[in-house]
Design a protein around this ligand. Sequence first.
Ligand SMILES: [Ca+2]
Ligand SMILES: [Ca+2]
Ligand SMILES: [Ca+2]
Length: 145
Amino acid sequence: MRDWMLTGMAAVAGMGWAAAPAVAADTKPATTPAGRLVKLLDADGDGKIAEKEFKDGFAKVDSSGDGVLTQDELVKVLKEKPKTGNATGKTPSARLWELLDANADGAVKKDEYEMAFTKLDKDGDGSLTEEELKSAIAPAPKKKK
Ligand SMILES: [Ca+2]
Ligand SMILES: [Ca+2]
Ligand SMILES: [Ca+2]
């Protein structure tokens, strides 16, 4: 109860929690890198990353705040464990990095980052779902059926 009070006061004090709907909505932790990315960038909580949300998300990924993304910052955002020597598969952050760093100079500026949206939006509907991100950055699942 006390926590609720504090949260309410924080919201009133302008912490940017304007239109949070249900308090209990956010109970399931994201468990995949793609899920974590959606969670981070999906500002309105509809489960998809709209193009604007993606673009606004640049600052969230740029944890050093220098206006350039590095692969380390990406690893942090995806909360990946240090590489554990799987020789075949690339990590999701490495795959995402290849998509982002179009000119492969080891740094991603805002315009490069924004261009990646189109590459990630496979069905071209203007928003990224967890599935789309997964297919782009997660290792392809072994076929079994
Ligand atoms: Ca959204
Ligand atoms: Ca940075
Ligand atoms: Ca889409």
